[in-house]
Design a protein around this ligand. Structure first.
Ligand code: AMP
Length: 293
């Protein structure tokens, strides 16, 4: 497995992979089983697999956790080597944003205004910019994302369509801990009590899905109230939003009908956590997969 730090070397390595498809998994590192599900799928679907590890400063606002973001490159590299990855791209910030950098990809419309975008202004500008740059460097056939970051998935799909980027976007289900907490590098911020409290996000989604199933013609407001009540009962959690929206446009839905996304974000202790359930077009739920304890 090659570990590559510069854009020029990465491009040269990419040009060496002439036969078979190239699969690309962008990450910010501190890898867990969620990331590895993407790597494994990429491994099974492509001739070559490249993973990037880059904590992208432009997607953090000045008040967010950029400097605290957990990192463990030696462990990440060992895990990726065992997963059969061909190359890992670990650029410095200067490689991606050299002095004088001034060109951004800026998503617009409802998708770039609601939910995550409302709480994290300029987050998706940073995501769209870095993903575009990495796709330009890697020119992969397939790029892999997790449904965990559902709005990121929608932003990337929109951007790939709008800018005619020649890549297939592949999206995989949320990987969860045994108690159904969605895996996240940020779970490291949770002490034992906050860790126990954090499953309230999943409990709220379960309660929302159950309310819908009990009363499919019930109102969106009622389901959101059920979800908010579950979070309010956990003193360590502070709800940022509970929402039901179109999974592609993120426009709010006035009635819950498939396809729809139940999305939630809450602060638990020092960590801001997100989770979601997807009501697929065929009426079945995608709630993610739990790993064994
Ligand atoms: P990150 O390192 O947090 O930027 O995540 C890199 C990729 O892994 C993104 O496409 C995420 O959506 C995906 N990912 C993160 N957590 C999970 C999870 N629990 N299950 C599935 N995919 C995930």
């Amino acid at each position: 497995m090659r570990v590559i730090e510069t854009v020029d070397e990465m491009r040269a390595a990419r040009h060496g992979w002439v036969s078979g498809s190239v699969g690309f998994v962008p990450t910010m590192g501190f890898l867990h089983a969620g990331h590895l599900s993407l790597v494994e799928r990429a491994r099974s679907e492509n001739g070559a697999v490249v993973v990037s590890i880059f904590v992208n400063p432009t997607q953090f606002s000045p008040t967010e956790d950029l400097s605290l973001y957990p990192r463990d490159l030696p462990r990440d590299l060992a895990v990726l080597e065992s997963a059969g990855v061909d190359a890992v791209f670990t650029p410095t910030v200067d490689q991606i944003y050299p002095s004088g950098f001034a060109t951004y990809v800026v998503p617009s419309g409802v998708l770039a205004e609601r939910l995550e975008a409302a709480t994290r202004p300029s987050h998706f500008r940073g995501v769209a910019t870095v993903v575009t740059k990495l796709l330009q460097i890697m020119t992969p056939h397939n790029v892999y994302f997790g449904q965990k970051d559902a709005q990121q998935v929608a932003v990337v799909r929109r951007m790939v369509a709008d800018l005619n980027l020649p890549v297939a976007v592949r999206v995989l289900p949320i990987v969860r801990e045994a108690d159904r907490l969605a895996m996240s590098s940020r779970n490291k911020y949770l002490g034992p009590e906050d860790r126990a409290a954090a499953i309230v996000l999943n409990r709220a989604l379960q309660a929302g899905a159950a309310a819908y199933e009990r009363q499919p013609a019930g109102s969106v407001a009622d389901i959101l109230a059920v979800m908010a009540r579950v979070v309010a009962a956990e003193p360590r959690a502070h709800l940022d939003y509970a929402d039901i929206c179109d999974p592609d446009t993120f426009a709010p839905l006035t009635e819950l009908r498939a396809p729809a996304l139940l999305a939630i974000a809450a602060k638990v202790g020092p960590a801001r956590l997100i989770d979601n359930f997807l009501l697929r077009a065929d009426g079945s739920w995608e709630k993610g997969v739990s790993v064994a304890p």
